[in-house]
Design a protein around this ligand. Sequence first.
Ligand code: SF4
Length: 78
Amino acid sequence: MKITIKVNPIECITAANCTGIAPEYFHIGDDPYVELLDGKGNPHGTEFTFNATPEELERLQEAVDACPTRAIQIVEEP
Ligand code: SF4
């Protein structure tokens, strides 16, 4: 399924719940908010579109649910 993951840098408080659940997609570096990765270690800023497997989608949804400030959003693409 094609999806876009978005993180809101204003809402992110770097609680790191998402990085623990899906470290291949979420990373906290020098910025005071989480940064998206493409699953292979390449940075993608605050928005990343890709084809997720059902397993990946499930784990990303877990990260969404674990974020205390609801800073992560998953949008299904057509
Ligand atoms: S869980 Fe939410 S607040 Fe914590 S680092 Fe991830 S996006 Fe930011």
